[in-house]
Design a protein around this ligand. Sequence first.
Ligand SMILES: Nc1nc2c(ncn2[C@@H]2O[C@H](COP(=O)(O)OP(=O)(O)OP(=O)(O)O)[C@@H](O)[C@H]2O)c(=O)[nH]1
Ligand SMILES: [Mg+2]
Length: 456
Amino acid sequence: MEDTIVAIATSTAEAGIGIVRASGEKSIEIVKKIFVPFDKKNIDKSSNKIMKYGHIYDGDQIVDEVMVCFMFAPHTYTRENVVEIYTHGGIVCLKRVLELCLKNGCVMAEKGEFTKRAFLNGRLDLSQAESVIDLIKAKTNLAHKSAINQLEGHLSKKIKEFRSCIMDILTFVEYSINFTEDMQDDLPLDDTILKSENLLNDMKTLLESSNKGKILKNGINVSIIGKPNVGKSSILNRILKQERAIVTNIAGTTRDLINENIELCGINLSINDTAGIRETNDVVEKIGVQKSIEASENSDLNLVIFDISRSLDKEDEKIIKIANSKKSIGILNKIDIEKKLDVNKLKEKINFELLEISALENKGIENLENKISNMFFDGKLEAKDDVLITNIRHENSLKEAYKNLSLFLEDIKKNVPLDCCEVNLKLAYESLGEITGESISEDILDNIFSNFCIGK
Ligand SMILES: Nc1nc2c(ncn2[C@@H]2O[C@H](COP(=O)(O)OP(=O)(O)OP(=O)(O)O)[C@@H](O)[C@H]2O)c(=O)[nH]1
Ligand SMILES: [Mg+2]
């Protein structure tokens, strides 16, 4: 925290501008050594958060024409002195400016170090800091909205309410322990029981939001599986509304996984088109088939394609087995041509629903999309001002708090001495504190911020 850190804060791809950001006590002093403002005026607190136009120099050589924003502590992202240098985009300008900052006394920032400092200096709590990375990684408007809600502190507020409720209960319990040692049988514990029960209900509601929250943040992984030539790639192309995958009448056209993302009802679908699953001696195809099976096992949803113009065979049977063990939707494709498949016989073998489609004539695709959205979020998923759990770490801490509070309640109801009940109550309090970062170990902190990118 004593070092002044620096990093490239933007992508280094070709772009109009790029930003080098420095934070720490000496950041202003260091940048002043390499920046010459056009108006030649001294940079002091009167320049706080004002864009200054000028040049970055390496000795007497101009490195870039830039804008610089000097931000004085404490009203900055990290609560430290922060300087942002807006260079021209592209790798060379950014790297040269970065190197000059390093040469003049900055050290390279670690992943997420700016946000980590913001957390350690009290600018954000931990769940807010974590939402910053969710915001950067958001792929849909809903994921973005949910991350903004968390950044605005909606989750933190709820967790703080839970903690303060536990603190109330704890205060009463401790008071009772201290002042009524031999009179515990006569203690009025009804209120404590009621408060704990209500709190457990509220915690449960929040925990239940985690499925929705995870879908909202991470989207859904979907694999299109089936034997060769049933129309998997044709269906992918129809869903994407573009000719992404090669389609031919040769069985075994797709050999490797093809992955694409689309947005459905505000949710990101990561879709794999896979190689047709069949017995084969072809070395390359064999690897492809193995990848198809792995993809289907790792998916949240399988779209299992059957060719309605062919009878069921051994290969379909193998695929049915895979699909029955996962969340699946069956698709009868090629309904535009003569039907040979015995649908009733198929229905006896499967535990998922069937939809009819013609990928060739683009029929039934909308039905499929509606089916997916109904399956995962009752057709609607909104992030409004909902407080959602979107993060596994938060979910685990909340589960732990729930478990400990439940144990506390059980003990109280069984008239276990209060000083023994108290332990679980304290554990619940601690677990909730892990979410907002009030009680968190250094290792966990390092782990959280190592998922960030450099410069954030
Ligand atoms: N009549 C008809 N033909 C279709 C339909 N969907 C796909 N086909 C045809 O079926 C053949 C195979 O289609 P693909 O989409 O390549 O099938 P695939 O399942 O990806 O095949 P592999 O990649 O070999 O596993 C092509 O000739 C398509 O034009 C459909 O709905 N109706
Ligand atoms: Mg294919």
